[in-house]
Write a protein of this length. Sequence first.
Length: 250
Amino acid sequence: MMENPRAKEILEHLNRRSPLSIDELATLLAVSTVTVRRDLAELENEGLIIRQRGGAALPSNSIEPMFYQRHKQHLELKKQIAKYAAEQVEEGEVIAIDVGTTAAEFAKELLKKNNLTVFTNSFQAASILAKSQHQVYFVGGMLRKSEMSMVGSIAKDTVLKFNYDRFYMGLAGISHSAGPTDYSLEDAEVKRCFISKSKEVIALVDKTKFGKSSLVKVCEMDEITTVITNQDDGVAGQEMAYFRGKLITV
């Protein structure tokens, strides 16, 4: 998609001012509104923009792209992390899986494993693991539709009733200044409950998330046992210079 010069130009205009209407983009690009709508649909499918009524915007700290939009972003990076993380899971463990697109890829990798007890508040992860022989517990609560996650007091109370060997956590951003952050206050509250009841907390963070921050801080850095990410140009190392846990690059 990014070979399309118009797509790059749309993103450049949105970087200067966001949101923009379809009419404004058509004028800036000197093309028809039909062409703009087609380009915006492709950019939305790649998770690079947020479609709004009559226009488009870039995702921001307070605007979370839909799950299906984010799923295609950096997919190979997420798969690398998910594969490595799943290889470390031992038979018989009780694990908890967070919401999010990397967590969904991790759930797919767990189909290759045997004899696990899995707790999750992610509808996506639970649906994937329904095909497995694992013992799967889907945490109830209020459905947060954009993320297909279960949140609220019922979800938090349920999570706190059990103990977990490991919690596999996703994040929207992670940086030295802001710490581990996420888009949603409701999801962050459930994450904190999983963290408090887990022996280990393993953050699955693709390399594009480093140096970025989002709406709400999830926890302190020293509450995370391990961060699994991708090999990069050193940004992860810079941001995690004071991290006392394990930083694993795959």
